[in-house]
Ligand binder design. Structure first.
Ligand SMILES: [Fe+2]
Ligand SMILES: [Fe+2]
Length: 318
């Protein structure tokens, strides 16, 4: 199969895997992403769970790759499958010293998203002992999320329906509390003394409110010292795709003192907003010396080009 034109929608499971793991060595990163998204929808939605498990197993084969960017996406995708079959692959990644921090972070988060109670001892171990603050904070969130999911609160709280259908690192704050105002949520969001889980809950409540005012409140979180916290705000901005967030995202992306995970997520969010101004900035960072930033920009630009080209013609080049 040519690396240039890849018709992911009509490929077999094995063809998708081969492009994902770049078996032939000539697959474009954007095509590898496309293969991953198709495997994800089979692994997530397929009524045929046996076929879904094959898709999950194929997705996990990609952990042998070098691309930190692609592997972190793979971990994220496995966390969205609602299937504990994915958990052992993710535990192995969290425990691996050879995997980059961003990949291990996403694996720990994914275990939280799966609500995997069996992973609690492992997550506690890394919360207490991992040298990376991003990993420790992720484990803290994942543990709190698993406890929350199994608590009475989860059954009684009234939550806004998540229109993005993502499983998030924390649920939004309940809609029936007295805190349901942008100003109050912003205070919780930026309270560095509050538990991270609570601050994330405020973050996702602000996302669900989704107004310009809520977006600007979220942008105030970019002054936080935690890379993890800032990358999550950028992720949420990608979901919202509200142009009001563009100046703050460009500030994060261009600031080379920010962690790779923050700049990567800012690039990806800008890719989904894709105004003319944004495309020029992505062109600029597509030569960045930080691989996750550079690759994020390249994939975003490729995806943009693909979506704006004549898809029919594109698909028939195969
Ligand atoms: Fe992440
Ligand atoms: Fe990411």
């Amino acid at each position: 199969m040519s690396s240039e034109a890849f018709d992911a929608d009509n490929a077999t499971l094995e063809q998708l895997r081969d492009v994902l793991i770049n078996k032939n060595g000539d697959a474009k990163l954007s095509n590898r992403y496309r293969a991953l998204f198709n495997l994800k929808s089979i692994g997530t939605e397929d009524q045929d769970r046996e076929r879904a498990h094959v898709a999950i197993k194929y997705i996990a084969e990609c952990f042998k790759d070098d691309s930190e960017l692609l592997k972190h996406e793979v971990a994220y995708v496995l966390g969205q499958t609602h299937d504990l079959y994915a958990a052992p692959f993710l535990r192995e990644v969290l425990e691996s010293k050879d995997q980059q921090v961003m990949v291990r972070h996403e694996a720990a988060e994914a275990l939280g998203a799966l609500g995997d109670k069996e992973s609690l001892p492992l997550l506690t171990e890394y919360l207490e002992n991992d040298p990376s603050i991003e990993i420790r904070q992720t484990c803290e969130l994942a543990i709190d999320r698993i406890h929350w999911e199994n608590s009475d609160k989860a059954k009684t709280e009234v939550l806004e329906k998540n229109i993005f259908s993502s499983v998030d690192p924390a649920p939004p704050l309940a809609t029936n509390t007295s805190t349901d105002k942008v100003e109050k949520l912003q205070v919780i969001l930026n309270d560095q003394e509050a538990p991270l889980f609570e601050r994330y809950r405020a973050m996702f409540r602000l996302r669900d409110l989704g107004t310009d005012e809520a977006c600007l409140a979220l942008a105030s979180g970019f002054d936080d010292p935690s890379a993890l916290f800032k990358h999550e705000i950028a992720y949420v901005f990608g979901q919202l795709s509200n142009p009001v967030t563009v100046p703050s995202l460009i500030r994060m992306l261009k600031d080379e003192t920010q962690a790779g995970m923050v700049r990567h997520e800012a690039a990806e969010a800008l890719g989904s907003i894709a105004t003319e101004e944004v495309l020029a900035v992505l062109q600029e960072v597509s030569k960045d010396k930080e691989p996750v930033v550079r690759e994020s920009a390249i994939v975003a630009l490729d995806m943009y080009e693909y979506e704006n080209s004549n898809e029919f013609e594109y698909a028939t080049v195969v």
